[in-house]
Each structure stands twice: as C-alpha cells, then as structure tokens.
Design a protein around this ligand. Structure first.
Ligand SMILES: Cc1cc2nc3c(=O)[nH]c(=O)nc-3n(C[C@H](O)[C@H](O)[C@H](O)COP(=O)(O)OP(=O)(O)OC[C@H]3O[C@@H](n4cnc5c(N)ncnc54)[C@H](O)[C@@H]3O)c2cc1C
Length: 304
C-alpha cells in the first residue's frame, strides 16, 4: 500500500521504531514463509492497540491482528495494509492467588514457566504450543488432553466496532480449534485464567514429560505450522495421510513430514504456493482413498 498517510496514521499511536515497512512475513512466521506486509506494527500497550485499530477503521485501511504466527501461511505476494502483531512486546502478567491475568502477546511457553513458578497447575498442556496467549484463545488451542477452554475465565477483547468488551468463558463458545472470536473479527487484548494450587516438582515433571513427547513425535527442527488439518471425527489426519502413501511427499520445498504426517515442513526454500499445492494434493488423495474430507486448521492469509 503506497500511502504515506498510513504511516502518518500509525505514527499517531505507535513509536516509529515499532513500525516496520515492507517487512517480509517469512521473518515472523514459524513456517519461515510469506511475502512482505506493507506495515507491521508491534504494540506494547493496550491503548496503542485500541487506538491504532480505531484509527485504521476510521480511515478504512485494511488491517489484521496476528499473534506468534505459528498457525499461519502467508501467501507469496504478502499482505496489503497493516498487520498488528500482538507478540512478546505485549506480554505483561500478574498472578494473584490462583488467578492469572496476562496480556495476549505473551508466548504460551513463557507463561507456562511463570505459572509453574507460582506453583499453579492446569496449564502444563500449553507449555509446548508455540503460539501467543491471544492466538491460543482464538484457536482454542489444545494438547495432551487439555485445551484453553478449560482454563480461561474471561477475555478482554476489542470488538468489530472498536469497543473494548469483556467476554466470559461461556460467551466465547470455545470448541475444537474454534471460538466465537473467529466468527466476529474480535481482537484478544487480555486473558484471565483460573488455575489450581499444585506441587511445583510435579508441575515441572509434567512439562518435561510433555516436552519429551513432543520432541520425539514432532519435526521440531524444521519450520512448520504444526498440524495442518483438524482431526476428522473418528480418524486421525496424520494416519489417513500416512495410509495414503503420502509420507515424505514433496512439492517444491514443502514436504509431508516423515516423522508426523499431519505436519507439512519447509525443507528450506518452500513457497506458500508449494504448501497450498501440497495441501490440495493431500485433501484430494485422502478423499479419494478414504472418502474423508480433511478440513484445514492452518489459516492462509495475504494477497491472492
Ligand atoms: C511445531 C508446532 C506445534 C504445534 N502444536 C500445537 C498443539 O499441540 N495444539 C494446538 O492447538 N496448536 C498447535 N500448533 C499451532 C499453533 O501454535 C496454535 O494454533 C496457536 O494457538 C496459534 O497461536 P499464534 O499466536 O501463533 O496465532 P497466529 O498463528 O498468529 O494466528 C492464528 C489465528 O489467530 C488469530 N489471532 C492471533 N492472535 C490474536 C489475538 N490476540 N486476537 C485475535 N486474533 C488473534 C490470527 O488472526 C489468526 O487467524 C502448533 C504449531 C507448531 C508450529
């Protein structure tokens, strides 16, 4: 977006050193894929986010909110407009008794450590998920029997009209890798969670045990965005892909992981198009062989 105005509008609310211009998204995605975004903004305070969004809305400038970009494929042409990244620059946490209140940019791994240190249990499941807290609530991320739905009490969000609202757990309608936030274009600003008192030794042991499971079962040494597909009812996506003889199947630099067939990995020079072509091949093959439709968990954004 060749518009000096956009920069001027952003500078009203965010310091210039936290506005990146023509920034390659591959520097920010866990897939290490993605063309340039016109403006990438890294806010540090809630008011910066709310005011920036309100200004962009008023001027009808396209924008989107992302977290740690660990469930995103950004197209090769990049993104027109503004991306507001709620990441580690927006990560304040307070813990009072068993109640945890955190800004949405904090990484789950860092938050899990803070929570363990406070001798609280119930958040161990999230320690190895490489997302931000906001992205995890948006996706209702989960692993090893736990999901965000079990621990979130309420969320402070910015609604589609630019108003700050509070949504309680039941209002978030969190379900398998989904929440009401996905239907409504709401930004997660802050999250309140309720946990239980626990034994620190046991909490650290559980985290270590889950870490070990992840490192042995997932291709963590290669860039990816985790499981590409949702779990189809009654099946496992990875098993269906493996039984379709697609283990190691490659298009360009994108490959079905040989360690976990539910993952697509970037072997170094994959384009977004390679990944999209591979996704399509997988969906088509699994449908033909087993009659099962694989629905994407991976979110694809950017200019077509
Ligand atoms: C190696 C690996 C392992 C993984 N394992 C798991 C796993 O075990 N379980 C699991 O559930 N997922 C897993 N994932 C996927 C991913 O980590 C989760 O989906 C995570 O919740 C995404 O969070 P994020 O901050 O990276 O979101 P992003 O990828 O940045 O964004 C995902 C979506 O959330 C939206 N979003 C992000 N932040 C906000 C916000 N603050 N407000 C509103 N919308 C927002 C974005 O617009 C986008 O639509 C894995 C990924 C990788 C790479």
């Amino acid at each position: 977006m060749e518009n000096k105005n956009v920069l001027e509008i952003l500078k009203k609310t965010v310091d210039s050193d936290r506005i990146l211009i023509d920034e390659p998204m591959k520097n920010h995605t866990s897939f290490k894929i993605g063309g340039p975004v016109d403006y990438l903004v890294l806010p540090t305070k809630m008011e910066e986010i709310t005011e920036t969004v309100r200004n962009l809305k008023k001027e009808e400038i396209p924008y989107m909110i992302i977290g740690n970009a660990s469930n995103l494929l950004v197209r090769d042409k990049g993104i027109r407009g503004v991306v507001i990244k709620l990441g580690e620059s927006y990560n304040h946490v307070t813990i009072e008794g068993t109640t945890v209140t955190a800004e949405s940019g904090i990484l789950l791994s860092r938050l899990a450590k803070r929570i363990a240190k406070a001798s609280l249990k119930g958040f161990e499941f999230a320690s190895g998920i490489p997302g931000s807290l906001g992205g995890a609530v948006f996706m209702n991320a989960g692993a090893y029997g736990g999901e965000m739905k079990d621990v979130v009490t309420s969320v402070t969000a910015l609604d589609d009209k630019g108003q700050v609202i509070t949504l309680r757990n039941e209002e978030l309608k969190m379900r398998y890798r989904n929440s009401i936030l996905q239907d409504n274009d709401y930004a997660v600003l802050e999250v309140v969670m309720e946990l239980e008192k626990g034994d620190p030794k046991e909490i650290y042991e559980t985290i270590q045990d889950l870490d070990h499971k992840r490192t042995t079962k997932q291709p963590l040494q290669l860039p990816s965005a985790g499981s590409v597909f949702k779990r189809p009812e009654g099946y496992y996506a990875g098993k269906l892909i493996q039984d379709s003889n697609l283990r190691g199947h490659r298009i360009g630099g994108a490959e079905v992981s040989t360690l976990h067939c539910g993952f697509i990995v970037n072997q170094g020079d994959a384009t977004a198009q390679d990944v999209m072509d591979l996704v399509e091949t997988i969906q088509k093959t699994v449908k033909e062989k087993f009659g099962v439709t694989l629905e994407r968990e991976l979110r694809i954004i950017g200019e077509e």
